[in-house]
Ligand binder design. Structure first.
Ligand SMILES: Nc1nc2c(ncn2[C@@H]2O[C@H](COP(=O)(O)OP(=O)(O)OP(=O)(O)O)[C@@H](O)[C@H]2O)c(=O)[nH]1
Length: 521
C-alpha cells in the first residue's frame, strides 16, 4: 500500500515539474476560516466548511464536513502586544468580522475527466482522480462525516493503478531487443516529479524530476545579478589590496580582515588565507588568484549544507513548519514553495499560523489563491497551536501531501514566541509523533550578522532542521550565508532572490560560491 501510494504521487507528478500545472480535474481550493479556541477574544461557534465544489459532470452533492473541535488547551491570555497595537492604532483592522463566511476559491479551470469506460489502464490516473478515491473514509483517518461519491468516470483506487501497471509487459519481459528498446523509449517511467530542490525519503526507486531545459543559465545569471553587490564590493577591495604587492603577513592579515568584514566568518576567512599562503606566499598575487581560491574554499564550506528538502510523502501530510523573525520572508517563501509543490502535482495545504498580524493572514490567502493551495486560517489573535491542529486535521481529511504552517516571529517577546512555537510543535506531535517533519527557518540576508543570531535562537526554540535565505538579490551581505553554514552546519535548501513566485531556487554550493567570488562569469 505504501509503495502504491508513493507510486501514485510520483506517477501523477511526472512531467509536471517542467511544465505548467497540468490541466487535470483538480479538487477545489478551499479557504477555511476555522474556529480556534481563543475564548478571550471571540466566542467561536463550530463553523462548517462550505459544501465542496462538485467534480466535473458530477451531480451536485451536499457534503459538508464539520471541523472537529479544537483540542482542549489551557486558557491563554490575550496577547498583550495585541492590546498595545490596538491602543496605538484603534482604527487599524485588527479584527476579522466574527460572522465571516467560509470562503471558497474554486480553481479557474476543471477540465473534463477521461471517458468512463477507460479507467486507469488507458492513462495514468491523475492526482485529483485518485484524490476522489482516497477521500473515502479510511480506517482511523476520518470520522465518516465526509461521504464523497466516487466519480466513476475517472476514479481508480491506487492499488488498482499499481496492479494494472505491474501486469503490463515491461521492456525486460520482451525478448526482441529492438522492441524492448522501443518500449523503453515510449514507456514513461515511474520517477517522481518532485521539483528541483526537493527529495524524497521514500524507499521506492525514485529520481529527481528532469531539470528544465533552459533555466540553469538563466538562474545563474540571476544569482549573479543578485549577488553582484556582495561580489563587486569584495572583489573590488581584494583587487586594490593586491595591486603591486607580494603576498606577505601584512597582506594576509588585511585580506583576512576584509573577508571577515564581508560577513564570511572567521573560519572561512582563515581557510582562504591559509590556502592562499600555501600557494603564493612571497609571490605576486592578483585579484583573480584570490577569487579562484575563495570560490574553491567557499564551495567546500557550502557543499555539505546544500541539500534538497526531503519530503516523506508517506506521512500525508508531510508537515513543514516555517519559522523566522518578522519580515524575513516566511509568508512569501511559503507561497513560493507552494507554487513549486502544487506545480508538480502535489496537494498543498497552507495554515495561516501567523495570527498576530492580519496582513499576514490575508497575504497567505493570496498566495494560496495564486498557487491553487488549500488554506486554513483563523481570526487575528487566535491560538496558533489550535490553528495548526485544525490545519493538520483538514490536511488529513483532504489527503494533502504537504501542510505548510506559517508562524509569527515576534522576537520582541522571546518568552512568548518560545511558548507559542513549542506549543505548535507539541500539538502537531500529538497528531503525528514525527510532526513537524521539517522545521524551516527563513533568514533575511540583508540583516547580516543578525541572521546568525536568529539561527541560534530559533534552533533552540523550534528545533530548526533547515534554512532558506531570502533577499539575496541586491544585498552586499550575501557572505553571511557562508558564515552560517560554517557555524551551524544546517542544510540550506533554497535561496530567495526576489519577491516573485519563481524567485526561489535550490541552493547550489558551487554556483553560490562562484557568484560571490566573481568567477566563472
Ligand atoms: N527582494 C526580496 N524581497 C523578498 C524576498 N522574500 C521576501 N521578500 C519581501 O520581504 C517582505 C517581507 O516578506 P514576508 O513574506 O511578509 O515576511 P514574513 O516573515 O512573513 O513577515 P511577517 O508576516 O511580518 O511575519 C515582503 O515585502 C516580501 O515581498 C526575496 O527573496 N527578495
Amino acid at each position: 500500500m505504501a509503495l502504491g501510494f508513493i507510486k501514485k504521487i510520483f506517477t501523477f507528478g511526472k512531467d509536471t515539474a517542467t511544465e505548467p500545472k497540468p490541466e487535470a480535474p483538480i479538487a477545489e481550493q478551499q479557504v477555511v476560516e476555522t474556529p480556534v479556541a481563543e475564548p478571550d477574544i471571540i466566542d467561536q461557534p463550530a463553523i462548517e466548511i462550505a459544501p465542496e465544489e462538485p467534480a466535473p459532470e458530477e451531480t451536485a452533492s451536499e457534503e459538508t464536513a464539520e471541523i472537529p473541535a479544537a483540542p482542549a488547551e489551557e486558557d491563554e491570555d490575550r496577547d498583550p502586544l495585541l492590546d498595545e497595537a490596538e491602543a496605538v492604532n484603534p482604527e487599524a483592522d485588527y479584527h476579522i468580522p466574527e460572522d465571516v463566511e467560509p470562503e471558497i476559491y474554486p480553481l479557474p479551470h476543471a477540465p473534463t475527466p477521461p471517458a468512463a469506460q477507460e479507467p486507469a489502464e488507458a492513462e495514468p490516473v491523475s492526482e485529483p482522480a485518485a484524490e476522489k478515491v482516497v477521500a473515502e473514509p479510511e480506517a482511523g483517518a476520518q470520522d465518516g462525516t465526509v461521504e464523497e461519491e466516487p466519480v466513476e468516470e475517472f476514479v481508480a483506487p491506487v492499488e488498482e493503478i499499481v496492479e494494472a501497471e505491474s501486469e503490463e509487459d515491461t521492456p525486460d519481459d520482451i525478448e526482441d531487443p529492438v522492441l524492448a528498446e522501443a518500449l523503453r523509449a515510449e514507456k514513461p517511467t515511474d520517477a517522481p516529479a518532485l521539483p528541483k530542490g526537493f527529495a524524497t525519503s521514500a524507499k521506492a526507486p525514485v529520481e529527481e524530476a528532469a531539470p528544465m531545459a533552459q533555466p540553469k543559465r538563466t538562474w545563474f545569471q540571476r544569482l549573479r545579478e543578485g549577488l553582484a553587490r556582495t561580489s563587486s564590493q569584495l572583489t573590488g577591495q581584494i583587487t586594490s589590496l593586491f595591486t603591486k604587492r607580494k603576498l606577505d603577513d601584512d597582506t594576509l592579515q588585511d585580506l583576512e580582515d576584509l573577508l571577515i568584514q564581508a560577513d564570511l566568518g572567521v573560519e572561512t576567512a582563515l581557510r582562504i588565507t591559509d590556502t592562499l599562503a600555501s600557494e603564493r606566499y612571497g609571490k605576486d598575487v592578483t585579484g583573480a588568484d584570490v577569487s579562484r581560491i575563495m570560490s574553491a574554499e567557499i564551495t567546500k564550506v557550502l557543499e555539505p549544507v546544500a541539500k534538497p528538502l526531503e519530503l516523506d510523502l508517506s506521512h500525508k501530510p508531510h508537515v513543514i513548519l516555517v519559522v523566522g523573525v518578522n519580515g524575513t520572508g516566511k509568508t512569501t517563501t511559503i507561497g513560493k514553495l507552494a507554487a513549486k509543490l502544487s506545480g508538480a502535482g502535489l496537494k498543498v495545504m497552507l495554515a495561516a499560523g501567523d495570527t498576530f498580524r492580519a496582513a499576514a493572514i490575508e497575504q497567505l490567502k493570496i498566495w494560496a489563491d495564486r498557487t491553487s493551495s488549500d488554506i486554513v486560517s483563523s481570526k487575528l489573535g487566535a491560538d496558533a497551536a489550535g490553528l495548526a491542529y485544525e490545519a493538520y486535521e483538514q490536511a488529513k481529511l483532504k489527503k494533502s501531501d504537504v501542510l505548510i504552517v506559517d508562524t509569527a516571529g515576534r522576537l520582541q517577546n522571546k518568552a512568548e514566541l518560545m511558548a507559542e512555537l513549542e506549543k505548535i510543535v507539541r500539538v502537531l506531535g500529538k497528531l503525528d509523533p514525527d510532526a513537524p517533519h521539517t522545521v524551516l527557518q527563513t533568514l533575511d540576508a540583508t540583516t547580516g550578522q543578525n541572521a546568525m543570531n536568529q539561527v541560534e535562537i530559533f534552533r533552540n526554540v523550534a528545533g530548526v532542521s533547515g534554512l532558506i535565505m531570502t533577499k539575496l538579490d541586491g544585498t552586499a551581505r550575501g557572505g553571511i550565508l557562508v558564515a552560517i553554514a560554517a557555524k551551524h552546519k544546517l542544510p540550506v535548501y533554497f535561496i530567495g532572490v526576489g519577491e516573485g513566485i519563481d524567485d526561489l531556487e535550490p541552493f547550489e554550493a558551487k554556483d553560490f560560491a562562484e557568484a560571490i567570488a566573481g568567477v566563472g562569469a
